[in-house]
Structure formats: structure tokens, C-alpha cells
Design a protein around this ligand. Structure first.
Ligand SMILES: [Zn+2]
Ligand SMILES: [Zn+2]
Length: 329
């Protein structure tokens, strides 16, 4: 395991990279296993190159529900998957999206709330159990290094058994952890540059947002945050901003349904962004498309798409999409 080098975030450089990019396809559709690019036809070939964003889980909060899966998304650049956050069920959602687990390459965590990291270790283990034998790099704030180490210890019996019984390559040496606690350049490879900024999500410190700049598209994932000037800077001119959101008028109903949640309302309001403020953030950042995700309340279907959108629309003229699990944008 190694520490990454830290560099200061330079917004200007990133904006320059985003300039002149191809336009979005515009629409959003639901990905499915049937869309897995297996080669052959020209449409399948098309999916192997360029940048795709698939929302894997669009709920906010750690409580499993029947409507939305826990927070996670994958950005595919030239068919290489970059997974951002690992809420419960992320491995299965990747399979449902047609992304082969054995192709897992890079995993990013925005912060250490369990709705974002509950299946971090499980993703590594289950990808390996699915045939992964190539390196995986993971990125996130402390204590990701310790968590990874302890996870492998916790699961040593299964890992050792499968190595002996199924002749699998050892898992632990495949994984390199990059732990960081400062904003700046996180990673750059042949496909994409990833930059982080600090966001405001008390009491979790540090909590990050990420920006992915590929040749054809720029995508920003807010992580969990109140309206953030740092995020607005990071997201300047981006093609797509995936932003967390709460519907404040519906929170009282949510709290009433959750046992022992007296303090929860206070936390939600103090550390998240309302469906009204999210439009102001998108406007200030000058993004083309705003995607609402990490939706709270996540399983209250009486809050319609139109209700989610109306607050943002009051401030933002661009395209607004209410995220759904397995939607491709
Ligand atoms: Zn969250
Ligand atoms: Zn959080």
C-alpha cells in the first residue's frame, strides 16, 4: 500500500480540459445486462469507447429500502470502470448494469458513512471471486487503508480457502490503497483525470467530491455535502453534475417512520443540500446537466419527479434529471 502524492487543486486547468468537449447524448436511459458490450455489432463497438455514466444506487442513507439501492455510480471510460462509492449492493448493481466484476479497476470513496462504504470490501472480494486477477487501485480518505487491511483479515478464511481450492491468484497483492486527506489531483491514467475537493458534510471530515475529466466528457460527483463553494469551483463548466439532494418538506414524514431517529432530522438538515439549493449550486457551477441522486427520502414515492425537479428549476436553466437506479446518462 502506498500513499499518493498530493497536489493543490487548480480549477483553471481542469476547466480547460473540459472545454471543447463533445456534447452529451442528452437523454437518460436505463442500463441493463443486455447492454453489456460484448463486441460484434457497431452499436456494441460504440459502447466500448467514450465515457458513460451509470447510476448504480440513488438512495441516500444506510437503511435498505424497496425503491432505490444505496449510493454508488460507475463511470466507464473506454469500457474501463471507475466506481464511485460502494453502498450496499454495489456488486450486484454493477452486474445488473452489464459491467463485468472481473474488470474492476479503480474504486473511489467520497467519505466514510456506511451508505457509501458498506460494500467497499465486499466489492473487492466478490470481484475476485468472480474471476478478477488484475490489479485494483482504491482511493479515499482515512481510514481506508486500515479498513482494507482489516477487511482482508476478517475474510482471510474464505480468501485462503479459494486460493487453495480454486487455484485463484492471491487477492491481497492485487489491491493498492491510495489514502488521502487533502484536495487536489487524485489520479490520472490513460483515460481520465480525477480531482477531489473538500466538501462540507459535518460531522464527517474529510468528505470529498470528485471530478472526472475524460477526453469527451466531464462528470462531477458531489458526495454528501451542504451547498459548497468548493464543489461549485470543482464543477465549473462540467457536462454533468451528480448532486445529492433532500426534499425538506417531506423529512418530518420520514423521521416519523424511523425508530429512534430523534437526532436524525437535525443531521440531515445540517449536512445535506435541499432540492431548492441544488439548483443554485448547478447554476453557479455553470454545468450543462444536473442529476439528482442520493435522494432523501429515498423511498417516499409521494414525492414525484416533478416535485424533485421544481426547486432546482427555479434557479437552473439546464437539464435536470431525477436519478433512478441503473439509469445511464
Ligand atoms: Zn450519504
Ligand atoms: Zn454522508
Amino acid at each position: 500500500m502506498k500513499k499518493m502524492t498530493r497536489r493543490r487543486f487548480v480549477a483553471a486547468g481542469i476547466s480547460a480540459l473540459a472545454a471543447g468537449q463533445a456534447l452529451l447524448s442528452g437523454g437518460a436511459k436505463t442500463a441493463s445486462a443486455g447492454q453489456a458490450a460484448t463486441g460484434g455489432s457497431s452499436s456494441a463497438d460504440k459502447k466500448l469507447s467514450g465515457t458513460r455514466l451509470i447510476l448504480l444506487g440513488t438512495a441516500g442513507g444506510p437503511r435498505p429500502n424497496k425503491v432505490r439501492s444505496s449510493p454508488a455510480q460507475v463511470i466507464l471510460v473506454n469500457s474501463v470502470p471507475y466506481v464511485v462509492d460502494c453502498g450496499s449492493g454495489v456488486s450486484r448493481q454493477l452486474v445488473m448494469a452489464g459491467v463485468p466484476l472481473l474488470k474492476l479497476r479503480r474504486v473511489f470513496l467520497t467519505h466514510h458513512h456506511s451508505d457509501h462504504n458498506a460494500d467497499y470490501g465486499n466489492l473487492l472480494l466478490l470481484a475476485w471471486a468472480s474471476g478478477l486477477k488484475t490489479p485494483v487501485d482504491t482511493y479515499g480518505p482515512p481510514p481506508i487503508e486500515k479498513m482494507t487491511k482489516l477487511y482482508f483479515e476478517l475474510n482471510a478464511y474464505d480468501i485462503d480457502t479459494r486460493i487453495a481450492d480454486e487455484q485463484r491468484v492471491p487477492l491481497v497483492p492485487l489491491v493498492t490503497v491510495h489514502e488521502f486527506d487533502k484536495e487536489g489531483l487524485v489520479m490520472r491514467d490513460e483515460n481520465v483525470k480525477v480531482t477531489a475537493t473538500l466538501v462540507h458534510h459535518p460531522p464527517v471530515v474529510p468528505a470529498f467530491a470528485f471530478r472526472f475529466d475524460a477526453a469527451d466528457r466531464s462528470i462531477v460527483i458531489s458526495g454528501d455535502t451542504t451547498p459548497s463553494d468548493n464543489l461549485i469551483k470543482l464543477a465549473q463548466g462540467a457536462d454533468v453534475l451528480v448532486h445529492e439532494v433532500i426534499h425538506k418538506p417531506s423529512l418530518a414524514k420520514l423521521i416519523a417512520r424511523i425508530p429512534n431517529a430523534e437526532k436524525l432530522l437535525e443531521h440531515i438538515v445540517a449536512s445535506h443540500t435541499t432540492h431548492d439549493d441544488v439548483g443554485k449550486v448547478a447554476k453557479a457551477a455553470g454545468v450543462k446537466t444536473l442529476v439528482l441522486s442520493h435522494i432523501v427520502p429515498s423511498d417516499d414515492t409521494s414525492v414525484t419527479d416533478e416535485m424533485w425537479i421544481e426547486g432546482a428549476r427555479a434557479h437552473f436553466d439546464g437539464k435536470v434529471i431525477v436519478g433512478k437506479d441503473l439509469m445511464e446518462i
